[in-house]
Design a binder for this molecule. Structure first.
Ligand code: NAI
Length: 214
């Protein structure tokens, strides 16, 4: 797996899509697939797929295609899914609760350990088996538990404060839903999720299509 270091960000961004499609193929008991068939399913060109997958080793065999199970397991490894990640959610409002209720994250290795909020009306309420705790408990919780990822679902005005609390207590991965650019030290990885950016792209593309009709 020493090729891993040279993989470009563009390829890395495509890996989750390969992972998702391969997982569906596995569920449907598909043993092998050609780059052409994979291309029809996934929407990347066959040559793009061959190039991408070549970064990780020689899985594809001429005339045989890819072994789905092997490729799925390699991509899982490359994505770092061969281990579990402990997560906490900060902010148990609309977004925080929706994420907490989504069980698929656990199935792919992201274990939710705790949910924290400032609102006393929320503390004590259980989401699945996890009780929402007061934010004042967070620091101690982080000291006692090995938390890899903090999921920030608070209003943007409080996001940096929450981020600092997580980072100062050893959390190295931030999944940020607040619409703000958070400052983190160099050894912390931050991944922003902005649904509205995706929605605005959709609006642009819809309008572009309309313009082309005129
Ligand atoms: P919400 O108001 O339903 O929930 C926010 C929760 O955070 C509340 O329960 C509040 O008590 C809690 N909170 C506030 N300050 C806190 C702190 N310092 N520590 C812990 N908990 C705290 O809001 P909603 O709709 O869930 O949105 C949450 C965040 O996500 C907002 O920043 C919003 O702008 C953002 N958002 C992001 C989207 C995206 O695509 N990334 C889409 C929609 C909202």
């Amino acid at each position: 797996m020493d090729k891993k270091k040279n993989i470009s960000m563009a390829v890395i961004k495509r890996l989750p899509k390969y992972h998702r499609y391969l997982s569906e193929l596995l569920k449907n008991d598909v043993d092998r697939i050609s780059s052409k068939e994979l291309s029809e399913k996934i929407g990347f060109t066959a040559s793009q797929i061959r190039q991408d997958l070549n970064c990780f080793g020689d899985f594809g065999q001429q005339g045989y295609g890819y072994n789905v199970k092997e490729l799925y397991s390699q991509i899982s490894n490359i994505l770092g899914l061969s281990k579990e990640y402990n997560t906490v959610i900060i902010g148990a409002g609309n977004i925080g609760q929706a994420i907490a209720n989504y069980t698929r994250f656990e199935k792919i290795g992201f274990k939710l350990l705790g949910i924290f909020d400032t609102n006393p009306k929320l503390t004590g309420i259980k989401i699945r088996d996890i009780e929402i705790q007061d934010i004042d408990n967070l620091e101690m919780f982080l000291k006692e538990n090995n938390v890899d990822i903090g999921i920030i679902c608070v209003p943007k005005i409080n996001a940096q404060k929450v981020c600092n609390l997580l980072v100062n207590n050893g959390v190295k991965g931030i999944w940020n839903f607040a619409p703000v650019d958070l400052a983190v030290p160099g050894d912390v990885i931050i991944e922003n999720v902005h649904l509205s950016e995706s929605l605005l792209t959709l609006a642009y593309l819809l309008n572009e299509k309309e313009d082309q009709k005129e």
